[in-house]
Design a protein around this ligand. Structure first.
Ligand SMILES: [Fe+2]
Length: 190
């Protein structure tokens, strides 16, 4: 597996110009790290997977069925093991891949809940991730119009891997809160 340092380098190289995607990737990495710790899996490797999963997003903007496949092609020569490549492929259902293992479900759930955490943060007066209540995020899950692009079904895959939704929400908020200054720009703060 490549190092976290290399993962950050690749993120900068491919998504450095896309601030939103870069933040989404870092947030996904943070949640994957927390999930790995919970499962007793390699934390740095899971964090790297989160950071790297959308690497080809810019390149495949007009060819959504190719999204994730280019990333896999870039990462294989970097020594990223097959289960990690499979999780990347499977996070985009348009590739035809089906999520079958814990790593894949974890990635899908993690990358999806980041959008909801960000949206819940941005509607708060202080725009602090630490101020988002688990109960309000849970309520927002049921509001289809709120952060409508966030797949609630993918978030619910946390339960497929044995983590109740409430626990997953708490874990995700705790994982993202330390990235406050990276994820929420000061200029945007009230
Ligand atoms: Fe993503």
């Amino acid at each position: 597996m490549l190092t976290l340092e290399r993962a950050h380098q690749l993120l900068q190289q491919h998504l450095g110009a896309n601030e939103a995607l870069r933040k989404h990737s870092l947030a996904t990495g943070a949640i994957m790290k927390a999930l790995a710790a919970k499962f007793g899996e390699p934390v740095a490797d899971w964090e790297a997977l989160g950071i790297l999963h959308d690497l080809d997003f810019e390149l495949t903007r007009d060819t959504p069925a190719r999204h994730a496949l280019e990333t896999v092609a870039w990462l294989r020569p970097e020594g990223v093991p097959e289960p990690y490549l499979e999780a990347i492929r499977a996070h985009n259902e348009a590739t035809g891949a089906v999520r079958q293992d814990r790593l894949s479900h974890a990635l899908a759930a993690a990358e999806s809940i980041t959008g909801l955490v960000m949206a819940c943060t941005m509607v708060l007066p202080d725009r602090q991730i630490a101020s988002v209540k688990a109960s309000s995020l849970r309520k927002r899950m049921k509001e289809k119009a709120f952060a409508r692009n966030v797949s609630r079904e993918a978030i619910m895959e946390c339960e497929t891997i044995g983590i109740p939704l409430d626990e997953f929400i708490v874990l995700s908020l705790a994982a993202m809160a330390p990235l406050q200054d990276v994820l929420i720009t000061r200029a945007a703060a009230a």
